[in-house]
Design a protein around this ligand. Sequence first.
Ligand code: CO
Length: 171
Amino acid sequence: MIKDIVIYPDKRLKTVSKEVVDFDESLHTLLDNMYDTMISKNGVGLAAIQIGVGLRAVIINIPLKDKEKGEDQPKDNTLEIINPVFIEEDGCSKYEEGCLSVPGYYEYIDRYKRVKIEYQDRNGVKHTIEDDDFLSIAIQHEIDHLNGRVFIEKLSILKRKKFEKEWKNRK
Ligand code: CO
């Protein structure tokens, strides 16, 4: 089911989301709703709080690596990440980011180059994943949402001021 997206500066985006303890039907419905909502907006990632649910759950569309191109795109290429924890992070990168909660705004943001996280899937099974490309950036962006942070908070003071002015005046 497609849900409304919480739009900046809605205070709910400052919520520190809670650990998921029940890997039950209601979690699965939440993840399915997040998927429908993300796809409807052509997004590549979404945190539960962006549809108003303060649980540590995010989904990310996994980009295909070069070696996989030429094969059929898997139908459901979406990673479901519950209760993620960083176990390694290093390097630096700058990537242009956007966010469904800040529609139409894109800016280059400094992040770690490579991250490794531990997380659970929708059935509570533990996994680790690491990446040093787009997926790494998406993971960092989405985990920020779980901690009540939106990417524009990482802008320089000047860019942030310019953004806030433009955002207030937008139609
Ligand atoms: Co976002």
